[in-house]
Design a protein around this ligand. Structure first.
Ligand code: SF4
Length: 338
């Protein structure tokens, strides 16, 4: 079913893929940023796959490279090395019309709904501007119906109450719903949600997460849900991917990762997330909490987590751990399991 009730059509050049196949793939992607003489290796060989209609949580602390992954998928950045495929097609370096078409199918929702919505535009104008170019040629009345439909899908009803309003007149939760409605206007197949609830009041977060789940169920939209919060990752995602210092270090089904995390960093994240049934942070091994993520401009030999890991061995300081499958669909990079 089309999100805009049959009016928006899939762009030419993008094929429907079976639901068990990868909608999106990122293979061995590297990205560096140069500032003066300093080169930061922000993505170091990232592999990521998202199936049709799948919700994947990308989890890690600030500076791990999560947002750079999203911006690279969106092609706001071009990978320095590696390849990205969408619906089987290489999108690593596409430009012009092909890039525009791709960006209609892959939309992004940012962390701060206030700064991501133009404060000088009404909700109606914001929505109209997000329509694909083909739909912008419709009459004003039809465009209003489309924008209204998208607002209703995210629970802003009746839409006539919102189309004339400006972002500052809305609550934080309503602003993030407008941001979601805007992302839906092009009937996307993949939405990159970068910490979409972290700036909302706790009371509003569940509503936005439930809305994402409802849209996934109704329209089979896949999400890359970026967060530092494992509890919300478990709530929305079927797969959890853990990132540290520009690398994917553990990956598996949400249940497997939360219940049977093997990588010391993932275990740290789980122990640091609030859970009344678990012992408090104060009782945990102090050693694992010391240290900070490594400087990404350094040429790190061995495991990137070696500076904080309570289990570090000589091998960890010399050899980079390779990705291995420890149980069905559960992958990690750690010498403890070599
Ligand atoms: S490879 Fe070594 S340093 Fe890295 S997480 Fe495993 S045990 Fe710790």
């Amino acid at each position: 079913m089309n999100l805009l009730d049959g009016v928006a059509s899939h762009e030419e050049g993008m094929m429907d893929v079976p639901s068990d196949k990868n909608l999106f793939e990122m293979n061995d992607v590297h990205k560096e940023f140069v500032r003066g003489k300093k080169v930061s290796h922000v993505l170091r060989g990232v592999n990521l796959s998202i199936k049709v209609g799948e919700i994947v949580a990308l989890v890690g602390e600030s500076g791990s490279g999560k947002s750079t992954v999203a911006r690279t998928i969106m092609r706001l950045y071009t990978p320095d090395q590696g390849e990205m495929r969408f619906e089987g097609r290489d999108v690593t370096k596409i430009r012009g019309g092909a890039l525009k078409s791709y960006r209609n199918k892959v939309q992004m929702v940012f962390q701060d709904p206030f700064s991501s919505l133009n404060p000088t535009h009404s909700v109606g104008t914001i929505m109209e501007r997000s329509l694909p170019s083909g739909l912008k040629k419709l009459t004003k009345a039809k465009r209003d119906v489309l924008c209204g439909n998208a607002l209703e899908k995210v629970g802003l009803s009746p839409p006539s109450n919102f189309l004339m309003q400006y972002p500052h007149e809305l609550s934080g939760g309503q602003r993030q719903r407008v941001a979601l409605a805007r992302s839906l206007a092009a009937s996307p197949k993949l939405v990159l949600a970068d910490e979409p609830v972290s700036m909302l009041d706790v009371s509003l977060r569940l509503g936005v997460l439930n809305l994402m789940l409802a849209l996934n169920e109704q329209y089979n939209i896949a999400y890359l849900y970026i967060t530092h919060d494992l509890a919300s990752a478990r709530y929305v995602a079927t797969k959890v991917v853990v990132m540290y210092a520009g690398e994917i270090i553990e990956e598996g089904s949400a249940e497997e990762i939360i219940e049977h995390a093997q990588h010391p960093y993932t275990q740290l994240l789980i122990q640091a997330s609030p859970d009344p049934h678990r012992r408090g942070i104060g009782e945990l091994d102090e050693a694992i909490f010391t240290g900070e993520p490594p400087d990404l401009s350094l040429d790190i030999q061995g495991c990137p987590f070696q500076f904080r890991c309570a289990h570090v061995m000589a091998k960890c300081r010399s050899d980079r751990p390779k990705r291995q499958e420890v149980s069905d669909g559960h992958f990690l990079n750690c010498h403890l399991y070599s």
